[in-house]
Design a protein around this ligand. Structure first.
Ligand code: PLP
Length: 429
């Protein structure tokens, strides 16, 4: 972690040039792959969708985090994308891990992460998983209700507990507070119970909702956390850690969020306490691009209007890596990769997909009508069966929630590139 400090000065240039480096490298890898596939002769599955991931982008995001949130130690939310190479890069960079289940705890432990760098951040846990966490000495875990306290008392009385509080997550893409979080009306009662049970409550956790857009949500949550810290102190607890959860986006809003959060932390927690976070999409969203093959096409000719449009069927969809459309409220944007034998990745530029071109709707490969990727998009080219499309920003909540519905595979190749030389020492094999 210390090693990274020396490269902070060149951070701005590194980040500014990052997106184009990522694009270039990913573009070359996409082209090389599809040029090797002949749909007329290939074996079944050779034309399957595949990802290209730029580990250099993940590394840059980490530098950006360190620069903007120096007081906050990130614990990557494994659920977002449990890619092994990403996990091991982040582990080598000193990042901790937010795990939601036994399997995720194992993923972190199996790459050599020490148990104290893991938080089992699931307020409603499976009993046998709590026993497992105890066996593996993963002590940090969240709770938000009385039943969970009794469960922990029975199974892991030495656990280090974080009281997860409710937030205003109305400005987020995926709201979590409908399901988790203790209201401030109930925190005193929960802390009294924890005291009676002689449990060790060490901190407060919150999550402002995934894909949060309102920095003010952080201000209120930090304020509320301070309130609960003070309640706990009055009851004799010595809380030492605040967990500010996830919800960080990777676009330019990140800097604003980070500034607002840092200012609130300095205001409400001026003393030296440990502050951690659980970012997921922030680290991986922009690092992954997916390429998909056009497996079928239906031409819709409207004689009365004299128009022709097309329905394109891809070999991936809402039951696969595009599950993010349904679960994560995303609108992945189709781009042309290879069309009519020509590689178009390089010539793509803003406005390339022209509104005066041909109209398409884009569908996944399963039998279900819900399996739709785009209701309407326009390209200058006529896209045919055998062509390839690609979609950027496909790293978060995509392959982790893909299913095998209709017998399609839920595992796809990931080709790795690295646009940052400085990241190489941190990347495992
Ligand atoms: N922590 C918890 C407890 C979560 O439930 C989630 C997402 O659902 C995250 C962290 C990651 O959130 P994000 O990807 O928005 O950073």
């Amino acid at each position: 972690y210390e090693n990274l400090k020396s490269i902070d000065h060149s951070l701005k240039t590194t980040i500014d040039n990052g997106a184009s480096k990522t694009k270039q490298l990913i573009g070359s890898a996409l082209k090389a792959h599809v040029d090797n596939v002949d749909p007329d002769t290939c074996d079944a599955g050779e034309e399957d969708p595949f990802f290209v991931a730029d580990l250099g982008e993940v590394y840059r995001q980490h530098l950006r985090w360190k620069k903007n949130l120096p007081r906050v130690t990130p614990h990557y939310a494994v659920k977002c994308n449990p890619d092994k190479r990403v996990l091991s890069l982040l582990a080598n960079l000193g990042v901790g891990f937010d795990c939601a289940s036994k399997a995720e705890i194992d993923m972190a432990l199996n790459i050599g992460v020490q148990p104290e760098r893991i938080i089992y951040a699931q307020p409603c846990k499976t009993k046998s998983y709590v026993r497992y966490a105890a066996q593996r000495n993963v002590k940090q875990m969240t709770f938000d209700n009385a039943d969970e306290l009794h469960k922990v008392k029975q199974l892991f009385p030495d656990a280090e507990l974080f009281l997860r509080i409710l937030t205003d997550d109305s400005g987020s893409l995926c709201r979590l507070s409908q399901k988790f979080g203790a209201s401030l009306d109930s925190t005193a009662e929960l802390l009294v119970l924890a005291k009676q049970l002689e449990l060790n409550v060490v901190g407060v956790a919150f999550h402002v909702g995934s894909g949060a857009s309102d920095p003010k949500a952080f201000i209120k949550a930090v304020q509320d956390a301070r309130f609960v810290f003070d309640q706990a102190a009055a009851l004799g607890f010595q809380m030492h850690t605040l967990d500010v959860g996830g919800g960080f986006n990777c676009d330019d809003d990140f800097e604003t969020m980070a500034t607002v959060l840092s200012a609130s932390l300095d205001e409400y927690f001026p003393d030296e306490i440990r502050i951690i976070a659980e970012p997921g999409r922030y680290y991986v969203s922009t690092a992954f691009t997916i390429a998909c093959h056009v497996i079928a096409r239906r031409t819709i000719a409207d004689a009365s209007l004299g128009t022709t449009s097309y329905m394109l069927y891809l070999n991936d969809g809402a039951y696969g890596n595009f599950s993010s459309i349904i679960f994560d409220h995303q609108n992945p944007e189709p781009r042309l990769l290879k069309c009519g034998g020509k590689n178009l990745f390089d010539v793509r530029r803003p406005g390339y997909e022209t509104p005066s071109g041909y109209e398409y709707s884009i569908w996944g490969p399963t039998c279900d009508g819900i399996d739709n990727i785009s209701k309407c998009c326009t390209f200058a080219e006529v896209i045919n069966v055998g062509d390839w499309l690609y979609f950027e920003n496909m790293g978060a909540y995509t392959k982790c929630s893909a299913t095998r519905f209709n017998g399609f595979t839920d595992t796809h190749d990931v080709e790795y590139v690295c646009s940052e030389e400085d990241a190489l020492p941190f990347i495992g094999a």
